[in-house]
Design a protein around this ligand. Structure first.
Ligand SMILES: [Fe+2]
Length: 201
């Protein structure tokens, strides 16, 4: 069979030779690079939230199952605005799965089918780490581009509210957190499950 004529590929570059008006080229590239890291984190969060939505089990399953879909919708909207801001700044956004896996600095969410308390404990830690990095991103871009800073601030406010929805399940009336002092998803899920089994006071 005759092979199809080879299409001449246009040279591609992640960075264009322009950015938004009034912003220096170097700043435009720097801000886009910060946003690319946030894009990867937000895509991963959206996938993780759906994974929990599908894999959470136990007597109070339905409350957590239904709580997570509006969070997925909110995070996917952030994914879109982040990617489009990168493109607006003159850089090509990359939201592909392979790129996400090779550029992120963390592993896949570690729980599969698990109890409500276990998932909430692990998910609380996921939000803590992501929100910390979002706040660092605000600091990195604030001098160069207040428009991007404003976008990340708005995202962070929503993410902190989603975090509160998760964390409220792990709080005691006296104001302590069942996952306090944990630093891995496994530790956090075990601590939350042990606390739920004992009955929080
Ligand atoms: Fe669903």
């Amino acid at each position: 069979m005759a092979s199809a004529p080879q299409q001449k590929k246009a040279p591609t570059s992640a960075k264009a030779q322009f950015t938004v008006p009034g912003l220096g080229q170097q700043d435009g590239s720097m801000v886009a690079a910060v946003l690319q890291e946030r894009l990867v984190a937000l895509i991963d969060l959206g996938l993780t939230l759906k994974h929990v939505h599908w894999n959470v089990v136990g007597p109070t399953f339905i409350g957590v199952h239904q709580m997570l879909d509006p969070q997925v919708d909110g995070v996917l909207a952030m994914v879109d605005t982040t990617a489009e801001r990168i493109a607006t700044l003159g850089t090509s956004p990359n939201g592909l799965a392979g790129n996400m896996v090779t550029t992120r600095s963390w592993d896949d969410y570690s729980l599969n089918r698990a109890l409500v308390s276990e998932h909430l404990g692990a998910l609380e830690l996921v939000y803590v780490n992501l929100i910390k990095d979002h706040r660092k991103a605000i600091e990195k871009v604030s001098d160069a581009d207040p428009v991007t800073e404003d976008m990340i601030i708005q995202q962070t406010a929503a993410l902190e509210q989603y975090h509160w929805f998760v964390r409220a399940h792990l709080e005691s009336a006296s104001g302590s957190l069942s996952t306090a002092g944990t630093s891995t998803e496994q530790q956090a899920s075990k601590a939350a499950a042990a606390s739920a089994a004992n009955g929080r006071k």
